[in-house]
Ligand binder design. Sequence first.
Ligand SMILES: [Zn+2]
Length: 168
Amino acid sequence: MLSGPLPESVNFVEYLDKGASLQGFIPLSRFVRFRNLLASEEGEIDLRLHFEEVGSGLARVVGAASASVELFCQNCLHVMTLQVAIDVNTRLVKSDSELHSLAENIDGMVVDTPRLSLTELLEDDLILVLPMVPRHDVPCIETLKIVGSETRRPFADLSKLLLQREKD
Ligand SMILES: [Zn+2]
């Protein structure tokens, strides 16, 4: 059924009835809270979802979402690219009371049947998967070379350290 750019919300009952999967992408700019944590809102979330019948609740939605996002490295303050991915396994329910009656290990979400907001489904998990302190995997050598080639004097710190040691 749907592929390519996805709308803000989909009729999940249709997918459930037809046993169809949903696949496509959502612009990052639509995730307002998530994009505020990023260095750029360029790009998109790739998404694949499937809906299943369940005993309790309306349906279970399972799948995966991933994106390539840009963050500021907190070490060198330059932009770094990070691949993020989340698994989706969420029980769709009708009301808060149904939500509270779910077992503790089951993620749930109240939906206004038959519409399911895709941003609401994904946004919290996307935020949680971001590192608290984003940093380049390897030391930021390339960046430091560019930024510090004029002013950086690697031995200045060393001599200060040696002086300090002598005093001690
Ligand atoms: Zn860095």
